[in-house]
Design a protein. Structure first.
Length: 239
């Protein structure tokens, strides 16, 4: 379970997030929508502490995963990022082979067992619905894949280190409609094993893939409820 308790976040003097309270349940897809600059991506990045990399930032309140405050001094950020995978707006594979893109996270984390890595790469590519397309091309460059396939490769890379949470920051915004549809189908399938939080500008996409939707405006979470309820009968109700 993912939870934010009275979260306020600042970029220097700019108050980017204002009093956010929310609970995201296990094995669900939560979508955040809202206009550009409203705080939804900033909020998403709190949960793998990517905002730590930006100087002058300040967090008030608590961000919890399974009841533990992930900003507690005892938390190892590297361990946290193994638990919380991240997929970005544009596909960003490494200039390596397809196999090595998926294996990279395992190697960085000290895993050297070749058979384990081979099995994990296959499982991750299967999980990303890409194995059948690339099983005979594993030694080819990742850049030979289409944009949609590259994004699924990035998802496979995130899955390889066995996270329980997957954060997706507009994962289909740079893709064509057919590739977008495949990513949406994948998101729906992955929630059986993962808790997924997705940021999207596309309300129709949120309606298609998510169980719950939150609407951000000017740094505030102005509405959060079941997706079907929000789009059929929107009202300012937080749950």
């Amino acid at each position: 379970m993912i939870e934010a308790k009275n979260v306020n976040f600042y970029y220097g003097d700019f108050h980017a997030l204002k009093g956010i309270n929310i609970v995201m349940e296990v094995n669900t897809v939560t979508a955040f929508i809202g206009p550009s600059g409203c705080g939804k991506s900033t909020f998403l990045r709190l949960f793998n502490r990517m905002n730590d990399l930006i100087s002058g930032c300040r967090l008030e309140g608590e961000c919890l995963i399974n009841g533990k405050n992930i900003y507690d001094k005892s938390v190892d950020v590297d361990d946290l990022r193994k638990e919380v995978g991240m997929v970005f707006q544009k596909p960003n594979p490494f200039p390596k082979t397809i196999f090595e893109n998926v294996a990279y996270g395992l190697r960085v984390n000290g895993i050297s067992d070749k058979e384990f890595i081979r099995q994990r790469v296959q499982e991750s590519l299967e999980g990303a619905a890409l194995w059948d397309k690339v099983k005979d091309k594993l030694k080819k460059s990742a850049f030979e894949l289409s944009g949609g396939q590259q994004q699924r490769l990035c998802i496979a890379s995130a899955l390889a280190i066995s996270p329980s949470i997957l954060l997706m920051d507009e994962p289909a915004s740079a893709l064509d409609p057919i590739s977008t549809s495949k990513i949406e189908e994948l998101i729906y399938a992955l929630k059986e094993k993962y808790t997924i939080v997705i940021v999207t500008h596309n309300m129709q996409q949120a309606a298609r893939v998510s169980d719950k939707t939150g609407f951000f405006m000017l740094g505030e979470l102005v509405e959060f409820s079941d997706t079907k309820k929000m789009f059929i009968n929107p009202e300012n109700e937080q749950t």
